[in-house]
Design a protein around this ligand. Structure first.
Ligand SMILES: Cc1cc2nc3c(=O)[nH]c(=O)nc-3n(C[C@H](O)[C@H](O)[C@H](O)COP(=O)(O)O)c2cc1C
Length: 314
């Protein structure tokens, strides 16, 4: 019987499984992170952290329905020191990605400087795309501010010398994909994660005639099954336009093994699971792994390299 290998490499960072958690979902506390460490997920990604702990936005701030989720969490997290300390104590046997999301460019420099001197981090996932910060009221999220992002990355790579990936918001226009790829291709970026939640969705409770979320007048980031076509499009566009040494981590709408297959076929080297992890809990990683392996068996593939990026266009 052919052995099926679902290991992967993110620009040299080895994962025993290409399936991992998405930042922000059940990866905030000691208990949650420990559970992911013990699970079959191929890596651990932390909740996006800030310099000091944050409680986040008022509740209700998360809601899910059959095909999606909406959230406006406002980055509740335990502060960067907690995550660095967790890492130093646990010395994980799987790659550990520290997600950071400063509330300002200045705070991002501080966070990156701190992470730079931590010996055990495999990579930073720099969140350029949090759609839910109430502080940012009249500000565009960094991921949509192409001028700022260029200067920001230029300054980061003057002092930062570890692997750095960026978590991008969804783009919709060809012009934006091209512009972003042109910027990223100029820097020693390790990976991009596509995509963060789709910003500014609105879900209505018909009976009560209200929004389901309290913060930001009910507007929030959309995740889950409903966003998969957008994540696939973003993966594909960046797969064809980024330097080949920049790996892509697919995120958005993964519910079944089939979704993982599609992300990788479009060009992802690994995938992250958010909303479905929230719905199903830690068992999701075993289920997805089994379903994904079954698909590879049916298709007679023995590793992800055999079909990664090989989407046929008719
Ligand atoms: C409750 C919740 C909290 C999230 N928090 C973060 C976060 O802290 N940092 C981040 O980069 N993305 C965050 N996200 C976005 C997810 O990581 C992911 O990009 C998005 O939900 C799409 O994946 P999905 O369709 O599997 O949910 C959050 C998503 C949810 C549902």
């Amino acid at each position: 019987m052919k052995k099926i290998d679902i290991s992967s490499s993110i620009n040299g960072i080895k994962l025993s499984s290409c399936i991992m958690n998405a930042s922000g979902v059940l990866c905030c506390t000691e208990k949650e992170l420990s559970e992911i460490l013990m699970s079959s997920s191929g890596a651990v990604v932390t909740k996006s952290c800030t310099m000091v702990p944050r409680k986040g936005n008022l509740e209700p701030r998360y809601f899910e329905w059959n095909i999606g989720s909406i959230n406006s969490m406002g980055l509740p997290n335990l502060g960067i020191d907690f995550y660095l300390n967790f890492l130093d104590r646990k010395k994980p046997k799987k790659p550990f990605f520290l997600s950071i999301s400063g509330l300002s460019i200045e705070e991002n420099y501080q966070l990156i400087s701190k992470a730079n001197i931590s010996p055990n981090i495999n990579a930073i996932e720099l969140n350029l795309s949090c759609p839910n910060l109430v502080e940012k009221k009249n500000q565009v999220s960094l991921g949509y501010d192409f001028e700022k992002i260029y200067d920001f990355l230029k300054n980061i790579f003057k002092f930062y010398n570890k692997p750095l990936g960026v978590k991008l918001p969804p783009y919709f226009e060809d012009f934006h994909f091209e512009k972003m790829a042109l910027i990223l291709n100029q820097f020693p970026i390790c990976f991009v994660t596509c995509i963060n939640s789709l910003p500014n969705g609105l879900f209505v409770d018909t009976n009560k005639e209200t929004t389901v979320l309290h913060p930001k007048k009910g507007f929030g980031g959309i995740g889950g099954r409903v966003i998969k076509p957008f994540s696939l499009a973003n993966i594909r566009k960046f797969y064809v336009s980024l330097r080949k040494d920049i790996s892509i981590i697919g995120c958005g709408g993964i519910c079944y093994g089939k979704d993982i297959f599609e992300h990788i076929l479009c060009g992802a080297s690994a995938v992250q699971v958010g909303t479905q992890f929230f719905k199903e809990g830690i068992r999701v990683f075993d289920r997805l792994k089994n379903e994904f392996i079954s698909i590879l068996k049916e298709k007679n593939y023995s590793s992800i390299e055999e079909f990664k990026g090989k989407l046929n266009v008719i």
